[in-house]
Write a protein that binds this ligand. Structure first.
Ligand SMILES: N[C@@H](CCC(=O)N[C@@H](CS)C(=O)NCC(=O)O)C(=O)O
Length: 220
């Protein structure tokens, strides 16, 4: 039996969360090693596991792979979540880059304070409502999935992004009926439903402990 993928990252969302989501949606079980100390991180660098001295790192199919996009693309292709042809993949990639950009606006929030944080919160709403969500609302008109007739990484990441933005602005979908329906529909897909249940590998909103661990390992 093939070994389960193993994820190396902090015990929190960050750049690894989309990988957890994608494996969850694919129905693939995985193990995790959480970085708690600088020694652990330095050791991964010393033994040559981190190509660019950065996590996320995923051990899968006998390889140690880094760079979030590369990891996600590999998993999406392996588990048939990457469309049926080159043209599908092109649109999937564009949609995924959009949700990635939106989520990259949310990820730094726990590390920010005061005015900078307030500005970032405003920016997130502005970008979600005026730039990104209208595109997905339109793309979903008359169809269940963003690209073609099957679930892809683009849908999985869109649901992740919607839930993430809703944690900051809970009314953000109020003018997007298509996205509301998409959220309900996609959350009912059995593998995703399971991933959304308490006790799954999905990480909660980052807390102070997570922020302190990341700061200690990367910035001290
Ligand atoms: N392009 C990389 C960036 C990864 C990245 O910035 N990782 C952070 C943790 S989230 C890191 O390891 N930083 C240490 C460093 O850059 O020296 C990716 O998307 O995976």
């Amino acid at each position: 039996m093939a070994q389960k993928p193993k994820l190396y990252y902090f015990n929190g969302r960050g750049k690894m969360e989309s990988v957890r989501w994608l494996l969850g949606a694919a129905g693939v079980e995985f193990d995790e090693e959480f970085l708690e100390t600088k020694e652990q991180y330095n050791k991964l660098i010393e033994v040559g596991s981190l190509l660019f001295q950065q996590v996320p790192l995923v051990e899968i199919d006998g390889m140690k792979i880094v760079q979030t996009r590369a990891i996600l693309n590999y998993i999406a292709a392996k588990y048939n979540l990457y469309g049926k042809d080159m043209k599908d993949r092109l649109f999937i990639d564009m949609y995924v880059e959009g949700t990635t950009d939106l989520m990259l606006a949310v990820i730094p929030l726990p590390f920010q304070q005061g005015d900078a944080k307030a500005k970032q919160i405003d920016l997130i709403k502005n970008r979600a409502v005026n730039r990104y969500f209208p595109v997905y609302e339109k793309a979903l008109q008359g169809q269940d999935f963003l690209v073609g007739k099957q679930l892809s990484i683009a849908d999985v990441q869109l649901l992740e992004a919607i839930l993430m933005v809703e944690e900051v602005h809970n009314d953000v979908l109020s003018h997007f009926p298509g996205l509301q329906a998409f959220k309900t529909r996609t959350s009912e897909i059995p593998t995703i439903k399971k991933f959304l249940q308490p006790g799954s590998k999905r990480k909660p909103m980052p807390d102070e402990k997570y922020v302190a661990t990341v700061n200690k390992i990367l910035f001290s």
